[in-house]
Design a binder for this molecule. Structure first.
Ligand SMILES: *Cc1c(COP(=O)(O)O)cnc(C)c1O
Length: 371
């Protein structure tokens, strides 16, 4: 057994898998990994107990967990997660995009779910350690990356529902991925969900909390039933103000060419504060595109598209980066955005962002962390 000590004094026990895939097995799996289907050889685990804090940190073989059936997270969904990617840069180094922003958001999600804070340094150390051992799983093909999934579950055993768990397990697993939506950059058709709500004021919408996603599947299934790819969430009070698309933030482009302006719904507390969204708020003005945060109603959406004032719509998030929206459907009918094809502003921003993440653009913002 080998060890690896962090600056916070926590030592990782290193237990290497004796079932590591051979280079040729790995290459075969990297050929067409899909999204979140294939996992690397190891995972990181760190335990937390009230009074004792974080302890028992390990790198161990990827594999099933053994949990008592009365484990709190299985009953009351005290579970949070993050999602970020590691890229192979042209010089062969491994890089992540704004991982400290994921660490900070993880702790904001934890606070909302009455879970303990994980020191940012431990979050980053877990990523460094997994990449140190499983770095060969970071693909070097365009549009491919290693998706990192840090998460935390409540591990107290017992069915009492009156208080948060006093013990937790943090885990980090990793999955090589290709394009999130098969077929690459293809505009999606969205369904405006007036029957279901993702998040309500005072609720959990701003947290990357497992229950939010469980509650979204029925609306997503309805969107598919209506011939759409994705659901668009509206506000809970009026079902009128556009919030998000599935698990991505939305952007609206008004005008075109030199005069193009962008708007994304403001973070009202019911939206998930996307790191991609925040990055675009900085990047767009640097490309000469005005970008603002503000409300957009479903009526304004339709009217602005019909008048030609709104020229493009796209969604953004770590998994799919930037995805154009081509058509909008609801119980009240449907409309097409522009000619339904990916627009120039959408593609320009996508190229810029992907260029930064993959090391083909200079990192002026200090957003890249190499491991
Ligand atoms: C994760 C997520 C996003 C996008 O966040 P990024 O940090 O950009 O990946 C947007 N909406 C929801 C609901 C999410 O879960």
């Amino acid at each position: 057994m080998d060890t690896n000590t962090t600056t916070s004094g926590l030592t990782f026990d290193i237990q290497l898998s004796d079932r590591r895939r051979t280079p040729s097995e790995r290459e075969a799996l990297l050929e067409n990994p899909g999204f979140g289907q294939v996992f690397t050889d190891h995972m990181v685990t760190i335990r937390y107990t009230e009074g004792k804090g974080w302890h028992d940190a390990r790198l161990e073989p990827y594999g099933p967990l053994s949990l008592d059936p009365a484990t709190a997270s299985l009953h009351y969904a005290q579970e949070i997660f993050e999602g970020l990617k590691a890229y192979r840069h042209p010089d062969g180094s491994l890089a992540t995009f704004r991982p400290e922003a994921n660490a900070a958001r993880f702790n904001r999600s934890a606070a909302r779910m009455a879970m303990p804070d994980l020191p940012e340094e431990l979050f980053l150390a877990s990523i460094g350690l997994l990449l140190e051992h499983d770095g060969a799983w970071v693909p070097d093909k365009p549009d491919f990356s290693l998706y990192l999934r840090p998460f935390m579950i409540a591990t107290d055993v017992g069915l009492g529902v009156n208080s948060p768990s006093r013990s937790y397990l943090y885990l980090l697993i990793a999955s090589p991925v290709g394009s999130y939506f098969s077929g690459g950059v293809k505009p999606v058709t969205v369904w405006l969900s007036k029957d279901y709500t993702r998040a309500a004021p005072g609720g959990t919408g701003a947290a990357k909390f497992a229950g939010n996603y469980a509650a979204s599947f029925l609306a997503q299934a309805q969107a598919v039933e209506q011939g759409c790819d994705q659901v668009v969430w509206l506000d809970a009070r009026e079902h009128r103000w556009v919030e998000e698309m599935g698990g991505m933030n939305l952007w609206f482009v008004f005008g075109s060419g030199e005069d193009a302006r962008l708007r994304t719904p403001a973070l009202t507390g019911t939206l998930l504060p996307g790191i991609t969204r925040e990055s675009l708020l900085s990047l767009a003005p640097e490309l000469g595109l005005e970008a603002e945060e503000g409300p957009l109603s479903v009526e304004e959406w339709r009217e602005a598209v019909e008048s030609g004032e709104m020229t493009e719509v796209f969604a953004c998030g770590t998994a799919a980066v930037i995805t154009p929206v081509g058509r909008v459907k609801s119980h009240d009918g449907e409309f097409r955005i522009g000619d339904g094809a990916p627009g120039p502003v959408t593609m320009r921003l996508r190229e810029e962002l992907v260029g930064l993440q993959t090391g083909h653009r200079a990192d002026k913002h200090g957003w890249i962390t190499r491991f």
